[in-house]
Design a protein around this ligand. Sequence first.
Ligand SMILES: *[C@@H]1O[C@H](CO)[C@@H](O)[C@H](O)[C@H]1NC(C)=O
Ligand SMILES: [Zn+2]
Length: 323
Amino acid sequence: MKLWVAFLMLVAATLGQELPLADQCDAEACRLPDCRCSGTNIPGGLRARDTPQFVLLTFDDAVNVINIETYRRLLDGRRNSNQCQVGATFFINHEYTNYVLVNELYNKGHEIALHSITHRTDQNFWREASVEDMRQEFADQRIQMAHFANIPYNQIQGVRMPFLQMTGNSTFQVMSEIDMTYDCSWPTISHVSPGMWPYTLDYASIQDCPIPPCPTASIPGTWVLPMISWIDQAGFFCSMADACFPPNTPDRTNEEAWFRFILTNFERHYFNNRAPFGFYVHEWFLSTNPAIERAFIRFMDMIANLHDVFLVSFFHTFTFSLK
Ligand SMILES: *[C@@H]1O[C@H](CO)[C@@H](O)[C@H](O)[C@H]1NC(C)=O
Ligand SMILES: [Zn+2]
């Protein structure tokens, strides 16, 4: 099924034809596990209190001999309340990456995902990226990652765009061609409370588009994991934990205030529809702000004692939402 869709899209792309425009979602036709309409309803019709609260910890950019120390310090030996190991997701770009260390992360049960080969700083490049550009950045990177980090090709399923700059349809078109599952680059500020659950692009998305262009074509079977924004103390939205800026965040040396700030954002999910809660950061943010790192460790210690909260990689979230 997926194969012939990918094949048709390849043919359409080769002939320079437009992709079909996505229609409004038809909830009768669009059913799990292959399809899900965009929205805030809990998959499977579960009640919130029966729904596991997933916490998604992600780190972006190159993995190297310096930041691996932070990853080991935070994650080695850490377990969820059910005694399973926690998992984080690493969105890795090629430049400056040490693949021996990527292999270590993978073997410790973490998820390895793609963040482009070049991570070039020209944001216009990403905004205007063609399908061929995205093949070179992501389809090629998947092969490169599997080879150099010695990871099974089909264990690499996720993409995050540099600067969260969406490319319209082209990234999703490439994901569909090579059968990759999901993108996690698309922030939402309109569907934060209740938060938006992951959904597919078979049909038109109702998600707001803070960093256009967002996809509007029907690209069956590709998933969007909306980045549900945090809200800072002045009511502004931040798509990543390190994108909330002073003075609207607690002082970066105040552990107690940062612990409460993280908790406030977490509770917006936990006491609502339990859409996955993201702690999306770059490693430097924790290693250069020891009080914030301590606050985050306290947060992880706290959730390790909650029987319905799980710090897992995205891959695990999918296994759940596909049921
Ligand atoms: C995405 O595809 C749709 C349907 O072909 C098209 O209308 C839209 O312009 C495309 N988006 C971009 C940014 O090219
Ligand atoms: Zn990056």
